[in-house]
Design a protein around this ligand. Structure first.
Ligand code: FMN
Length: 437
């Protein structure tokens, strides 16, 4: 069975979604809006919903809604509006402390009955550094170096309580067996953390660990730590190469290929006919504001591309960035391979910022997903509705039943935790010292 995650943005993934008559940007600032979306995803039996995050005002808010809720706060509220769906929040290893995140994700996991996931990001933006006492962004390698130790500390903290440490024996007055709760006494180059954590081991042992950076360092990090990978891949060939590359790195860490699920993004624009889907795409693209796209492109490339003729080629932007490397490579590769003008490139990025946009009928979308899944390029998909809530309604009402008819997607939840949805084992406690009597 394939896995499906709904990537939720306030009004949808198309950069002009907020201007489209089917969306309501005012409602997108209410809990009701997100609760409806989460329940729709749950009605479709999706594995999870996911919220991205940055710790700076991300883009040019003059032309798009870039204010958004802090993911753990919003997902805690959504835990109360839903029963089954997994709840994946992005949080940065560069601008947090491990103790804080270990505690917050453990809390969400308990509050949701084992449905929490953490999208581990290293924060590639310069603006983010400037919000955290830094004039310069730490280098790509330095960010991943810290991320490595960060996640080790977080795992140790989650393991600082044995699963059965809280014995809650009222007659004898023993709440917890303190032999089963240990300090971690971590002393490393980035972090000195004594522990233990101030909350019981999470329901899932560890919340699901997700990763979304596809550079060389990112792929190695994913192979060591991630259990699900979100990635942007434009073509089947690229998707398959990435899939084989990452899966091929697992053995050296003693892991098997099914211990990590790879979910490329897709923004499906649906219509009753292919022509109708293309019309919808054109309708959204007609609302694009080129100045906005140029600024976003400049950020992705770490290079100012404003001021060049829109109908000319992308100028030389070099071949390296200290920012997000995989997206840089994807965008430059796309422009060069297809010989796109800047205007054409902006249109190609408007729907999914480099993720694949596919306009078609529900059957055509299901065909695409099936081809990638059966062809060894994906274990599932990060579904990025072009508009919300309507784009997710369409996907759940039209594409999910088609996938179910083909036997490719569940018709009921069979487990209760996010790990169970993804078919992943509950991690054993690596620090357990004492067997229960
Ligand atoms: C689907 C997807 C979602 C992402 N979400 C975030 C996010 O919410 N916050 C963030 O800082 N980076 C996000 N990223 C970026 C990566 O996590 C990573 O930081 C970036 O790609 C740089 O890593 P790299 O140089 O290894 O590619 C996302 C990437 C993908 C593919």
């Amino acid at each position: 069975m394939m896995h499906l995650n709904a990537f939720v943005m306030p009004n949808g993934h198309h950069e002009a979604a907020w201007r489209h008559p089917s969306t309501d940007p005012h409602r997108a600032r209410t809990l009701r809006h997100y609760a409806d979306i989460a329940r729709t995803a749950e009605r479709g039996k999706l594995d999870s919903i996911f919220l991205a995050d940055g710790v700076a005002l991300w883009g040019n808010v003059k032309h798009n809604s870039h204010s958004h809720f802090e993911p753990l706060t919003l997902l805690s509220a959504l835990a109360a509006s839903t029963v089954h769906i997994g709840l994946i929040a992005t949080a940065s290893t560069t601008y947090n402390e491990p103790y804080h995140l270990a505690r917050k994700f453990a809390s969400l996991d308990h509050l949701s009955g084992g449905r929490a996931g953490w999208n581990i990001v290293t924060s590639a933006g310069i603006d983010e550094a400037r919000n955290f006492n830094l004039a310069k962004r730490p280098s790509h390698d330095a960010r991943y170096d810290r991320a490595e130790e960060f996640v080790e500390v977080v795992k140790k903290l989650w393991d600082s309580w044995d699963d059965d440490a809280a014995v809650v024996d009222r007659p004898s007055g023993v709440y917890a067996d303190t032999d089963r709760i240990r300090a971690i006494a971590h002393d490393g180059p980035h972090f000195q953390v004594r522990g233990p954590l101030n909350i019981e081991r999470p329901v899932q042992g560890y919340p699901l660990l997700v990763q979304a950076g596809s550079s060389e360092t990112g792929k190695e990090y994913a192979a060591r730590h991630a259990e699900a990978v979100f990635t942007a891949q434009q073509t089947f060939a690229e998707g398959k190469a990435f899939y084989e590359d990452v899966k091929g790195r697992l053995a050296k860490y003693g892991r098997t290929p099914d211990e990590l699920k790879i979910l490329p993004g897709i923004s499906p624009i649906l219509g009753r006919t292919e022509a109708e889907a293309r019309e919808r795409e054109a309708e959204l693209n007609a609302l694009i504001i080129p100045d906005y796209g140029l600024q976003q492109l400049s950020k992705m490339l770490d290079h100012d591309v404003t001021g060049y003729p829109l109908d000319g080629p992308l100028p030389d932007v070099g071949s390296f960035t200290e920012g997000g490397q995989s997206r840089f490579d994807l965008v430059v590769g796309l422009a060069r391979r297809e010989d796109l003008t800047i205007r054409q490139l902006l249109e190609r990025l408007a729907g999914g910022r480099g993720h694949r946009v596919f306009a078609g009928t529900p059957v055509q979308v299901a065909d695409e997903l099936e081809a990638w899944f059966r062809g060894g390029a994906a274990d599932g998909f990060n579904v990025m509705p072009p508009t919300l809530p309507g784009g997710l309604d369409d996907f759940v009402d039209l594409v999910v039943p088609e996938l179910q008819r083909r036997g490719l997607f569940r018709t009921e939840y069979s487990g209760s935790t996010l790990r169970e949805h993804y078919g992943l084992a509950r991690p054993v406690n690596r620090n357990r010292v004492k067997e229960p009597a």
